[in-house]
Design a protein around this ligand. Structure first.
Ligand code: HEC
Length: 140
Protein backbone atom coordinates (compact mmCIF):
# COMPACT_ATOMS: atom_id res chain seq x y z
CA UNK A 1 0.00 0.00 0.00
CA UNK A 2 2.69 2.46 1.04
CA UNK A 3 4.71 1.72 -2.06
CA UNK A 4 1.79 2.18 -4.40
CA UNK A 5 1.01 5.53 -2.81
CA UNK A 6 4.62 6.57 -3.18
CA UNK A 7 4.70 5.58 -6.83
CA UNK A 8 1.67 7.74 -7.50
CA UNK A 9 2.96 10.70 -5.51
CA UNK A 10 6.54 11.02 -6.68
CA UNK A 11 6.03 11.70 -10.38
CA UNK A 12 3.19 14.08 -9.60
CA UNK A 13 5.38 16.14 -7.31
CA UNK A 14 8.31 16.18 -9.65
CA UNK A 15 6.13 17.54 -12.44
CA UNK A 16 5.22 20.86 -10.87
CA UNK A 17 8.30 22.36 -12.39
CA UNK A 18 8.45 22.03 -16.18
CA UNK A 19 10.49 25.22 -16.40
CA UNK A 20 13.02 23.99 -13.87
CA UNK A 21 13.22 20.69 -15.72
CA UNK A 22 13.75 22.60 -18.95
CA UNK A 23 16.63 24.50 -17.36
CA UNK A 24 18.12 21.28 -15.99
CA UNK A 25 17.71 18.99 -18.96
CA UNK A 26 17.47 21.17 -22.07
CA UNK A 27 18.88 24.65 -21.54
CA UNK A 28 22.50 23.46 -21.47
CA UNK A 29 22.23 23.02 -25.23
CA UNK A 30 19.11 24.95 -26.31
CA UNK A 31 19.95 27.87 -23.95
CA UNK A 32 17.67 29.26 -21.26
CA UNK A 33 15.76 31.37 -23.80
CA UNK A 34 15.33 28.45 -26.22
CA UNK A 35 17.22 30.08 -29.07
CA UNK A 36 19.73 27.25 -29.47
CA UNK A 37 23.15 27.70 -30.99
CA UNK A 38 23.62 27.69 -34.75
CA UNK A 39 27.39 27.43 -34.27
CA UNK A 40 26.90 24.14 -32.40
CA UNK A 41 24.09 22.83 -34.60
CA UNK A 42 21.60 23.06 -31.75
CA UNK A 43 18.30 24.19 -33.27
CA UNK A 44 16.12 26.93 -31.87
CA UNK A 45 12.97 25.82 -30.04
CA UNK A 46 11.08 28.91 -31.20
CA UNK A 47 8.16 28.45 -33.62
CA UNK A 48 9.50 25.45 -35.56
CA UNK A 49 8.20 22.84 -33.05
CA UNK A 50 4.84 24.64 -33.16
CA UNK A 51 4.69 23.87 -36.87
CA UNK A 52 5.86 20.28 -36.41
CA UNK A 53 2.82 19.35 -34.34
CA UNK A 54 0.58 20.21 -37.31
CA UNK A 55 1.29 16.76 -38.78
CA UNK A 56 1.12 13.49 -36.81
CA UNK A 57 4.65 12.44 -37.76
CA UNK A 58 5.95 15.79 -36.52
CA UNK A 59 4.12 15.33 -33.24
CA UNK A 60 5.85 11.98 -32.82
CA UNK A 61 9.19 13.45 -33.84
CA UNK A 62 9.18 16.01 -31.02
CA UNK A 63 8.87 13.21 -28.46
CA UNK A 64 11.65 11.24 -30.19
CA UNK A 65 14.45 13.80 -30.26
CA UNK A 66 17.44 12.56 -28.25
CA UNK A 67 16.90 15.17 -25.51
CA UNK A 68 13.52 13.57 -24.77
CA UNK A 69 14.08 9.98 -25.80
CA UNK A 70 17.26 9.37 -23.83
CA UNK A 71 16.67 11.68 -20.88
CA UNK A 72 15.88 10.33 -17.41
CA UNK A 73 12.62 12.32 -17.51
CA UNK A 74 9.47 10.35 -16.76
CA UNK A 75 6.75 10.36 -19.41
CA UNK A 76 4.79 12.77 -17.22
CA UNK A 77 7.73 15.17 -17.03
CA UNK A 78 8.57 14.79 -20.72
CA UNK A 79 4.96 15.61 -21.68
CA UNK A 80 5.05 18.65 -19.42
CA UNK A 81 8.32 19.92 -20.85
CA UNK A 82 7.06 19.49 -24.43
CA UNK A 83 3.82 21.33 -23.64
CA UNK A 84 5.69 24.04 -21.77
CA UNK A 85 8.17 24.39 -24.64
CA UNK A 86 5.36 24.73 -27.19
CA UNK A 87 3.40 27.28 -25.18
CA UNK A 88 6.50 29.22 -24.22
CA UNK A 89 8.25 29.40 -27.57
CA UNK A 90 5.72 28.56 -30.29
CA UNK A 91 2.54 30.24 -29.17
CA UNK A 92 2.22 32.47 -32.28
CA UNK A 93 2.15 29.47 -34.63
CA UNK A 94 0.28 26.91 -32.53
CA UNK A 95 -2.89 25.62 -34.20
CA UNK A 96 -6.12 26.84 -32.62
CA UNK A 97 -7.02 23.24 -31.74
CA UNK A 98 -3.64 22.50 -30.14
CA UNK A 99 -3.92 19.42 -27.98
CA UNK A 100 -1.29 19.15 -25.26
CA UNK A 101 0.72 15.94 -25.06
CA UNK A 102 -0.48 13.45 -22.51
CA UNK A 103 2.03 11.20 -20.72
CA UNK A 104 0.40 8.23 -22.50
CA UNK A 105 1.05 9.74 -25.91
CA UNK A 106 4.66 10.55 -25.04
CA UNK A 107 5.16 7.00 -23.75
CA UNK A 108 3.83 5.62 -27.05
CA UNK A 109 6.16 7.79 -29.16
CA UNK A 110 9.14 7.16 -26.90
CA UNK A 111 8.84 3.41 -27.40
CA UNK A 112 9.84 4.02 -31.04
CA UNK A 113 13.49 4.92 -31.36
CA UNK A 114 14.19 6.15 -34.89
CA UNK A 115 17.61 5.03 -36.15
CA UNK A 116 18.09 8.33 -37.96
CA UNK A 117 16.22 11.18 -36.31
CA UNK A 118 17.47 13.74 -38.82
CA UNK A 119 15.95 11.68 -41.62
CA UNK A 120 12.63 11.77 -39.75
CA UNK A 121 12.95 15.54 -39.50
CA UNK A 122 13.61 15.80 -43.25
CA UNK A 123 10.44 13.79 -43.90
CA UNK A 124 8.40 15.97 -41.54
CA UNK A 125 9.74 19.11 -43.23
CA UNK A 126 8.78 17.68 -46.64
CA UNK A 127 5.28 16.89 -45.41
CA UNK A 128 4.87 20.39 -43.96
CA UNK A 129 6.05 21.87 -47.27
CA UNK A 130 3.21 20.09 -49.07
CA UNK A 131 0.88 22.02 -46.75
CA UNK A 132 2.55 25.29 -47.63
CA UNK A 133 4.54 25.49 -44.39
CA UNK A 134 8.15 26.09 -45.38
CA UNK A 135 10.69 26.05 -42.58
CA UNK A 136 13.97 27.82 -43.01
CA UNK A 137 16.47 26.96 -40.28
CA UNK A 138 18.92 29.54 -41.53
CA UNK A 139 16.39 32.27 -40.65
CA UNK A 140 16.46 31.29 -36.97
C1 HEC B 1 23.30 17.67 -25.42
C2 HEC B 1 22.61 18.77 -26.04
C3 HEC B 1 21.08 18.74 -26.03
C4 HEC B 1 20.24 18.60 -24.96
C5 HEC B 1 20.60 18.42 -23.51
C6 HEC B 1 18.89 18.68 -25.49
N1 HEC B 1 18.92 18.85 -26.83
FE1 HEC B 1 17.32 19.07 -28.04
N2 HEC B 1 18.54 18.97 -29.66
C7 HEC B 1 19.91 18.98 -29.63
C8 HEC B 1 20.44 18.86 -30.99
C9 HEC B 1 21.90 18.85 -31.40
C10 HEC B 1 19.31 18.77 -31.83
C11 HEC B 1 19.30 18.59 -33.34
C12 HEC B 1 18.86 17.21 -33.69
C13 HEC B 1 19.89 16.21 -33.34
O1 HEC B 1 21.08 16.40 -33.67
O2 HEC B 1 19.51 15.19 -32.74
C14 HEC B 1 18.14 18.85 -30.96
C15 HEC B 1 16.84 18.82 -31.40
C16 HEC B 1 15.74 19.09 -30.63
C17 HEC B 1 14.40 19.32 -31.12
C18 HEC B 1 13.98 19.31 -32.59
C19 HEC B 1 14.10 20.72 -33.13
C20 HEC B 1 14.12 20.77 -34.62
O3 HEC B 1 13.76 21.81 -35.18
O4 HEC B 1 14.50 19.77 -35.25
C21 HEC B 1 13.59 19.54 -30.06
C22 HEC B 1 12.10 19.82 -30.08
C23 HEC B 1 14.43 19.44 -28.89
N3 HEC B 1 15.73 19.17 -29.27
C24 HEC B 1 13.98 19.58 -27.60
C25 HEC B 1 14.77 19.32 -26.49
C26 HEC B 1 14.24 19.28 -25.14
C27 HEC B 1 12.81 19.54 -24.76
C28 HEC B 1 15.29 18.98 -24.33
C29 HEC B 1 15.28 18.74 -22.85
C30 HEC B 1 14.42 17.72 -22.38
C31 HEC B 1 16.47 18.84 -25.19
N4 HEC B 1 16.11 19.06 -26.47
C32 HEC B 1 17.74 18.57 -24.71
C33 HEC B 1 20.71 19.07 -28.51
C34 HEC B 1 20.24 18.90 -27.22
Amino acid sequence: MMLAALAVCLPAQATDFPRQNYLLYCAGCHLPDGTGSAANDVPTLHDIPGHFIKVPRGREFLAQVPGILYSPLTDVEAAEILNWMLLQYSQPVLPADFKPYTPEEVARHRRIKPADIMKVRTEVLAELATKGIVIDYTAH
